[in-house]
Design a protein around this ligand. Structure first.
Ligand code: MG
Length: 414
């Protein structure tokens, strides 16, 4: 099996493309001997160049000459044979190769990728949008704008009085409600954090939101790994009257057992796992039914092959998908997520934070939004093309997520 014989579907080249149309994206482009092209997303927010190097220096040379059809074999080779397994850099690199190979296979078959994953299980993927505000009035405006766009599920984030700038809260830029959490700068911006103030403020926000927008709209919230287990348990209980679709990232996720304590005290549905990379990272969370939604992303958890493995495992325990999908998933990664969302049975919801218009100049996508759902479209493959000429205008620029410190200067979880 080691001797490589060149055929029409042998991999001729594997390129790593770094561009920054509104934010940094790392894209893998694999081309076969007969000229079929596949794209994959390897964007790791704030550590983009580490993945680009991993791919260029260590992965691309392994791919040239291999048969592009052998997706599982390539995945296992990259996962097992590196000796060093898992971790965000490795798994984002594997993800991009995996997506590109699925893209090629579906283009060769002349079908949209979801057809190769079992076909459509639904008419579209329900998405949730982001709404935020510096106070209830501006949060209300943000929610109303989302409802007018046709969304039915909305994540609410709001500033906490006395805490200043805060993650997930947009700033009004030139009259447009713009929000890009990774700021372009050589160093990360520092923000403050106070869990006690946050926990006192948040239940009133959701009480207001239910009174203002009624019982039908699906409301979500992200606590961004910032609470201790007992704090998370208390917050989940305090939010129960307001019927959240989910409370996300309530504790730092490395300690899967923490969710046992949270779960014992609240029936608010829990979603977690956007920083996890493999099915092993979810073992306790899923087997003990400590969560209701898996937040892993196609870009950071080993691609379609890796993420499907996690979703299939979750399905055995009645746990549904809820893929991470902010702008640090490129349009290629978003398309891949949507094909998987459409095909799996245990789909829950898909995060959708729309990319800035500049991203559309480099990535030509075919997914579309209607009736609160995204559909990946019916072009062969993933349905995304990459414009090299446009990308030339947007070279890499360092950009980082903010960091969080307590009032006394202690570094806090982000
Ligand atoms: Mg989150």
């Amino acid at each position: 099996m080691t001797a490589l014989t060149t055929t029409a579907t042998s991999i001729r080249s594997a390129e790593v493309l770094v561009s920054s149309p509104s934010r940094n994206f790392v894209t893998v482009r694999i081309t076969t001997e007969d000229g079929v092209v596949g794209l994959g997303d390897a964007t790791l927010n704030g550590r983009e160049l580490a993945v680009a190097s991993y791919l260029r220096d260590h992965v691309a040379p392994l791919l040239v000459g291999r048969d592009a059809h052998r997706i599982e074999d390539t995945w296992q080779l990259l996962y097992r044979s590196a000796y060093w397994r898992r971790g965000p850099v490795t798994m984002s690199a594997i993800a991009a190769v995996d997506m590109a190979l699925w893209d090629i296979k579906a283009r060769l078959a002349g079908v949209p990728l979801y057809q190769l994953l079992g076909g459509a299980s639904r008419s579209g993927a329900l998405v949730y949008a982001h709404a935020s505000g510096s106070d209830l009035a501006s949060l209300g405006d943000s929610v109303r704008a989302r409802l007018e766009e046709g969304h039915r599920a909305i994540r609410l984030q709001v500033a906490v009085p006395g805490m200043g700038a805060m993650y997930g809260v947009a700033a009004a830029v030139a009259g447009r409600y713009a929000y890009e959490p990774a700021k372009r700068a050589g160093l990360a911006v520092e923000e403050g954090w106070d869990s006690a103030r946050y926990m006192r403020h948040l239940p009133g926000v959701f009480e207001w939101a239910r009174a203002e927008f009624g019982p039908e709209v699906l409301l979500l919230h992200d606590a961004h790994h910032r609470l201790t287990p007992i704090q998370a348990a208390r917050l989940g209980r305090d939010l129960e009257p307001y019927d959240l679709f989910w409370l996300e990232d309530c504790t730092p996720v490395e300690n899967q057992e923490s969710l046992r304590l949270v779960r014992r005290h609240t029936t608010t549905p829990l979603a977690i796992g956007e920083v996890l990379n493999s099915v092993w990272d979810f073992r306790t969370l899923i087997q003990e039914q400590l969560i209701d939604f898996v937040r892993a992303s196609v870009t950071h958890a080993g691609g379609i092959t890796g993420l499907r493995r996690i979703f299939d495992f979750a399905a055995l325990y009645d746990i549904r998908s809820g893929s991470h999908g902010p702008t640090d998933i490129s349009p290629v990664g978003m398309a891949a997520a949507l094909h998987l969302d459409l095909a799996i049975h245990n789909f829950g919801i898909q995060e959708y934070m729309e990319h800035q218009p500049l991203a559309g100049e480099v990535f030509r996508t075919s997914y579309s939004f209607a009736d609160a759902m995204l559909h990946p479209g019916d072009q062969p493959g993933l349905g995304v093309d990459y414009d090299d000429v446009a990308a030339e205008r947007f070279p890499y620029e360092p950009a980082y997520l903010p960091t969080a410190r307590l009032a006394d200067g202690t570094v806090h979880d982000w």
